[in-house]
Design a binder for this molecule. Structure first.
Ligand SMILES: Cc1cc2nc3c(=O)[nH]c(=O)nc-3n(C[C@H](O)[C@H](O)[C@H](O)COP(=O)(O)O)c2cc1C
Length: 197
C-alpha cells in the first residue's frame, strides 16, 4: 500500500484517539449499547497485543438485575474496611453499582499456570484491551469511564466475582450516553514524556 493510502485511516484513528475523553460513570445514562454494540465493544478487547496470547484478562458484565447485589458487596466492603463508615457513605458505596447502562468488571488473570509471561506484561495487555474497548465505545458515540477504588482489593469483591487464585479485579468500565460532558482539557504531548538516548 502506498503511504498516502494510509491517510484516511490514520486521520480517523488519530481523531478517535485524541477526541476520546473519560466520562465519569456518574454522567452516563440511557441509552446504553444494545446487545450487538456490547458485543462489538467487548470483541475489541480480543484484538489487544497479548504476549503469548494468554488472554490475561476476563470481563464480567453486571446486568441490571445484579446491581443490587453488587451494591451490597460495595457497601459491605466499605463496612469491613471502615467500621466508622456512616449510613450516607455506605449508601454512596452502594450507588456505584448502578453506574452506567453497561457496567463491566475487568479482571486480570495473573496465574503462573496460564504461562510464563510476567504480571507486568499481562497488565499491559489488559490495559490495551481496555483502551480498545474505550475507543470502540467512543467511535459508536458513547461515553465511557473507568471506576476504581479500595473495594477492588477487598475479600468481599473477590468473593462476589468468584476470583480465582492470582486473579485481580482491575476496574469497572461503564459505558452509556453522556448526560453531562466535560470541557476539553489539554493533554501532554511527545515533548512532555519523551527523551532521546
Ligand atoms: C486505571 C484507571 C483507573 C481510573 N479510575 C477512575 C475512577 O475511579 N474514577 C474516575 O472518575 N476516573 C477514573 N479514571 C479515569 C481517569 O481519571 C482519566 O482517564 C483521566 O482523568 C484522564 O482523563 P481522560 O481519560 O479524559 O483523558 C481511571 C483511569 C485509569 C487509567
Amino acid at each position: 500500500m502506498h503511504w498516502n493510502e494510509h491517510q484516511e485511516p490514520l486521520g480517523s484513528a488519530l481523531t478517535l484517539i485524541h477526541t476520546r475523553q473519560s466520562t465519569s460513570s456518574r454522567f452516563l445514562g440511557e441509552p446504553g449499547p444494545d446487545r450487538a454494540q456490547i458485543e462489538t465493544i467487548l470483541d475489541a478487547a480480543g484484538a489487544a497485543p497479548d504476549h503469548r496470547r494468554l488472554t490475561p484478562w476476563r470481563l464480567v458484565i453486571v446486568p441490571a438485575q445484579k446491581r443490587p447485589l453488587l451494591g451490597d458487596a460495595f457497601a459491605q466492603a466499605l463496612g469491613e474496611r471502615d467500621s466508622q463508615a456512616t449510613e450516607a457513605q455506605l449508601q454512596e458505596a452502594r450507588e456505584k453499582a448502578y453506574r452506567g447502562p453497561l457496567l463491566v468488571a475487568v479482571i486480570a488473570r495473573l496465574s503462573p499456570a496460564l504461562g510464563t509471561v510476567p504480571d507486568q506484561e499481562r497488565l499491559i495487555a489488559a490495559g490495551c484491551a481496555l483502551q480498545n474497548m474505550l475507543l470502540t465505545a467512543h467511535a459508536m458515540g458513547f461515553g465511557a469511564g473507568l471506576l476504581t477504588g479500595k473495594s477492588l482489593y477487598s475479600e468481599r469483591l473477590s468473593q462476589f466475582f468468584q476470583l480465582a487464585e492470582a486473579e485481580q479485579l482491575l476496574c469497572f468500565m461503564a459505558v452509556g450516553t453522556v448526560v453531562r460532558g466535560k470541557p476539553v482539557t489539554s493533554r501532554p504531548t511527545m515533548n512532555d514524556y519523551t527523551t532521546t538516548l
